[in-house]
Ligand binder design. Structure first.
Ligand code: NDP
Length: 282
């Protein structure tokens, strides 16, 4: 039961969850900042999503995270969206303001914060692999940061073209779609390649079908996969001389931004990073 002194955050998942790195990291941050808050993980079926969000509102939850398949579907049950979430059409974070639930997206911003330590995407030519929730968030943030061009490579042409249309209609960065049949040959002029597919999640052997043979010497390859962080995609890129960025920074940063939105406190990101590493036994 919810006690009056306890603040609660809930996380809406589309599949059974036995704890996850975000929950572990946020709970550690609550403890570090002496907050009597709890982060619950809840498995919600797609047909129950509206009831779950109404329940959050009725029971006074301070906010939540949303994972797939709910990131797009949740939009219609929220009271308002941040500008970025509206543009992306995807919400990964819910913040309560009085009785209203506001949809935010911290995935793209979390990615951009960790990317900033490796490369400034302004003026860079990007290949973005994937067109799901993570890719939409990252594509929009890269475009808003002034990327020179974005090529979206996705297995489903329809989803890939939807993301390209969104980028071309709402940002200044020209975007194009490239079909993904067999191995995608990374063009020599690509300066940043981002794996935003789910290939590699919980499977270090899973291979993103990319041919790096024409890759430029100064290529940066970034992966959204945090578990495990040393993906085959990054290993192959590194073998061709690329600088690499794993998904750990993104998961920590998206959580830190959400934490600040929920609590008003800038969390200790070192504690959060250590928590993710502990959870993943790194
Ligand atoms: P979605 O389900 O929305 O999208 C998945 C994407 O992966 C789609 O583009 C899909 O293509 C593509 N894909 C999946 N399997 C294959 C395959 N075998 N071959 C080619 N393409 C494939 O998921 P999200 O975008 O929300 O998440 C993607 C990944 O990002 C997840 O693994 C998630 O864990 C990770 N993530 C990491 C975060 C972090 O903080 N580090 C934050 C958010 C997400 P298609 O459209 O053709 O189905």
């Amino acid at each position: 039961m919810i006690s009056s002194s306890l603040q609660e955050i809930c996380s809406l998942f589309g599949q059974p969850v036995a704890g996850n790195p975000t929950q572990f990291m946020i709970e550690k941050a609550f403890a570090c900042h002496a907050l009597e808050w709890r982060y619950l993980t809840l498995d919600v079926a797609p047909e129950d999503l509206g009831d779950a969000v109404r329940g959050m509102r009725a029971m006074g939850f301070r906010g939540g995270n949303v994972t797939q398949p709910h990131k797009t579907a949740v939009v219609e049950f929220l009271d308002r969206l941040s500008d970025a979430a509206r543009l992306m059409g995807a919400v990964n974070c819910i913040v309560r303001e009085e009785r209203q639930l506001i949809g935010e997206n911290t995935d793209g911003k979390g990615f951009m914060q960790s990317l900033g330590g490796v490369i400034d995407p302004a003026g860079k030519r990007v290949v973005l692999l994937g067109a799901g929730g993570a890719a939409r968030a990252i594509g929009v943030e890269l475009a808003l940061a002034g990327a020179a061009a974005i090529t979206v490579v996705n297995r489903s042409a329809e989803r890939g073209q939807q993301l390209v249309a969104l980028l071309n209609e709402h940002t200044q960065t020209p975007a194009s779609y490239a079909a993904w049949e067999g191995e995608f040959p990374l063009p020599a002029d690509c300066e940043l390649a981002v794996n935003a597919t789910s290939i590699g999640l919980n499977d270090p052997e899973a291979r993103v079908p990319i041919d790096f043979s024409a890759a430029a010497q100064d290529l940066v390859a970034a992966d959204v996969i945090a578990s495990p962080p040393d993906t085959r995609f990054l290993a192959e890129a590194k073998a061709r001389g690329a600088k690499t960025l794993d998904g750990l920074g993104m998961i920590v940063n998206q959580g830190a931004i959400a934490f600040r939105l929920w609590t008003g406190i800038a969390p200790d990101v070192t504690v959060m990073r250590e928590a993710v590493e502990e959870f993943l036994s790194l």
